[in-house]
Write a protein that binds this ligand. Structure first.
Ligand code: ADP
Ligand code: MG
Length: 267
C-alpha cells in the first residue's frame, strides 16, 4: 500500500462511521421487467407518484400498464383516484417518483427535461374538454399553430394542416372561425391540431364533456377511425357511453388499477 493510501485509510474509516448507512432497498415483490414489449406504445412498470411528505399523498401506487398500438383505452374512476396524475406521466409532463415509463421502448424517466419535451412535441397530442381554439383564427390557422409553437419548417405547413383537417373530416371548414363551428366540429379541429406531426399517442381529457350526444357519437366514430390507422388513444371520461365505446377500460381507485377490461375476460 502506498504512503498516501495508508495515510488516507483512517480518514476513510472515520468518514464511514459518520456517513449514515443507507436504508436497505426493499426487496422487489416481483422482478422488474423493463424490456419493452413489441407493439407497446406505452409501458408503465410499477409506477409510483407521491406528492409532498409527512405523510406523502400516494397519487399512483405501483401501476403496471401496457398499451398496444392502435388501442383506445378509457380511463374512469372517482375524483382523486389518480387519473390526471396518470395522464401527466403518460404525456411526459411529469415523472414517476419511482418505477419506469417506457414510451416506444425508451425509458423516459431517465431523459432530460428537454428530451422529454421533444418527445411530447413530436409524438404526443393532447385534447381537452374545452377545445382551446383561438376564436379569431380560422380552423386551418388553429391547426397550423401547433407547428408554429413547435418550430417546424414553415414550408408546407398549410398543406400539412389541411391534411390533418382532412383526416378528421373538416377540410371543408378550413376557412371557418371557431365561433361558426358546432361543438363537435370544434373538437374535430382540436383533434386535427393534436394530430399535426408524427404523433402516435393522443391523450384526451373529457373530450366529449362539452358535446351533445350527436356530436359525441361523431367524435367517437372519429376515434375509431384514428385507432384503426394505428394511433393509440387514452381517454379520461365520466361518461359511460364514451367508456363503453373504447376497446379497453381501466378503472382507477385510490391510485391503483382496480379493473382492466383487457384482463378480466371481457376485452
Ligand atoms: P383525478 O384526476 O382522478 O381526480 P388526481 O390524479 O388529480 O386524481 O389526484 C390523485 C391524488 O393526488 C389526489 O389525492 C390529489 O389530491 C393528489 N394530487 C394530485 N396532484 C397533486 C399535487 N400537485 N400536489 C399534491 N397532491 C396532488
Ligand atoms: Mg383529474
Amino acid at each position: 500500500m502506498s504512503f498516501a493510501r495508508r495515510a488516507a485509510a483512517p480518514a476513510r474509516r472515520m468518514l464511514a462511521t459518520l456517513t449514515p448507512t443507507p436504508a436497505p432497498e426493499p426487496p422487489p415483490s416481483r422482478p422488474l421487467r423493463v424490456v419493452a414489449r413489441e407493439n407497446a406504445v406505452v409501458e408503465l412498470v410499477r409506477v409510483r407518484r407521491t406528492f409532498g411528505s409527512d405523510p406523502p399523498v400516494v397519487a399512483l401506487q405501483d401501476v403496471d400498464l401496457t398499451i398496444e398500438r392502435g388501442t383506445s383505452v378509457a380511463v374512469v374512476g372517482p375524483s382523486g383516484s389518480g387519473k390526471s396524475t396518470l395522464m401527466n406521466i403518460l404525456g411526459c409532463l411529469d415523472r414517476p417518483t419511482s418505477g419506469h415509463y417506457l414510451f416506444g421502448g425508451v425509458d423516459v424517466a431517465r431523459l432530460s427535461d428537454d428530451e422529454r419535451a421533444t418527445i411530447r412535441a413530436e409524438k404526443i397530442g393532447f385534447v381537452f374538454q374545452s377545445f382551446h381554439l383561438l376564436a379569431h383564427r380560422t380552423a386551418l390557422e388553429n391547426v397550423m399553430l401547433a407547428e408554429v409553437y413547435r418550430g417546424t419548417p414553415r414550408e408546407g405547413r398549410d398543406e400539412r394542416a389541411l391534411a390533418a383537417l382532412d383526416r378528421v373530416g373538416m377540410s371543408h371548414r378550413a376557412d371557418f372561425l371557431p365561433p361558426k363551428l358546432s361543438g363537435g366540429e370544434k373538437q374535430r379541429v382540436a383533434i386535427a391540431r393534436a394530430l399535426m406531426g408524427d404523433h402516435v399517442l393522443l391523450l384526451c381529457d373529457e373530450p366529449t364533456g362539452n358535446l351533445d350526444s350527436a356530436n359525441t357519437r361523431g367524435v367517437l366514430a372519429l376515434f375509431d377511425e384514428l385507432a384503426a390507422t394505428g394511433l393509440t388513444l387514452v381517454i379520461v371520461t365520466h361518461e359511460t357511453d364514451v367508456a363503453e365505446h373504447a376497446s379497453r377500460h381501466v378503472r382507477m381507485i385510490d391510485g391503483q388499477i382496480a379493473e382492466d377490461s383487457a384482463w378480466d375476460g371481457r376485452g
